[in-house]
Design a protein around this ligand. Structure first.
Ligand code: ZN
Length: 251
């Protein structure tokens, strides 16, 4: 069920059954030179479309903006900040908790959103509910090595080729070309560097470590829709299973 297609009468009746409210949360930001700015919200929305038939599950409209201050040198990236995303999530959960909802599941498309999601989650908890969050890309990478990926690399690009092929232009792919701060301090991920094999957190604009706008273990030029579809199937299966368990939580 989609909240946006329900009347308020439908919603009132559905809310009486202690449903799980699912919130797709994304970001509008660079995903390499080759993939769509909407990747992080389009993927959670697609996953939600596959679970919309589940009993006692209500899908909210997607939150298309998130926290990406490190990507602002890339055209089209939009950052609403930690406070901005937290306030959106607070507004959603606070409103619905006043109407009786106690179970929330965020399907998250972007790692930078996590501090805001965690803050909203703790607040929901203190108000007598539970907000769980599934970072889809992280889950599929933990389930199957083939699906490991970083930011805008083979995983996300393959997934976008599966769900919206016209939004991927592999001919625009550029090599990652990481910029290391010094010979000894190597770029290791979006907000970190590696020194003597250990991680140092280092927040800076992502163009400084990956001018190509993607960063990860596997080059997006090798992306395929088949890989993407397999990862999506794994994500959907995981979310469906977790939703069945989530119903059993005592709240
Ligand atoms: Zn992404």
């Amino acid at each position: 069920m989609y909240l946006s297609k329900m009347t308020t009468t439908d919603a009132r009746q559905a809310f009486e059954k202690d449903p799980i409210v699912v919130i797709p949360v994304g970001s509008t930001e660079v995903h390499g030179t080759q993939s769509a700015l909407g990747t992080d919200s389009m993927v959670p929305s697609w996953i939600c479309d596959q679970i919309a038939d589940m009993e006692n599950v209500i899908i909210l409209p997607a939150v298309p903006y998130g926290v990406c201050p490190t990507h602002l040198s890339f055209a089209g990236s939009i950052d609403i900040g930690y406070e901005g995303l937290y306030l959106v999530l607070h507004g959603i959960t606070d409103s619905l908790m006043k109407q009786g909802i106690r179970r929330f599941l965020v399907i998250n498309g972007h790692g930078g959103n996590n501090p805001s999601i965690d803050r909203a989650s703790m607040e929901v908890y203190h108000n007598g509910g539970v907000l769980a969050c599934i970072d889809w890309w992280s889950v599929v990478g933990q389930l199957d090595e083939r699906f490991r990926g970083g930011h805008g690399d083979i995983l996300e690009t393959s997934v976008m080729m599966a769900i919206c092929p016209e939004s991927v232009k592999l001919e625009y792919c550029q090599p990652m070309n990481p910029q290391n701060p010094t010979e000894e301090v190597k770029a290791s991920y979006l907000q970190s560097a590696s020194y003597r094999g250990a991680t140092v957190r280092l927040y800076r604009d992502s163009k400084e470590l990956g001018p190509s706008g993607w960063y990860g273990p596997f080059d997006p030029k090798d992306s395929t829709p088949e890989l993407g579809q397999a990862a999506l199937d794994a994500a959907v299966d995981f979310v469906r299973g977790f939703l069945d368990e989530f119903r059993k939580f005592t709240i």
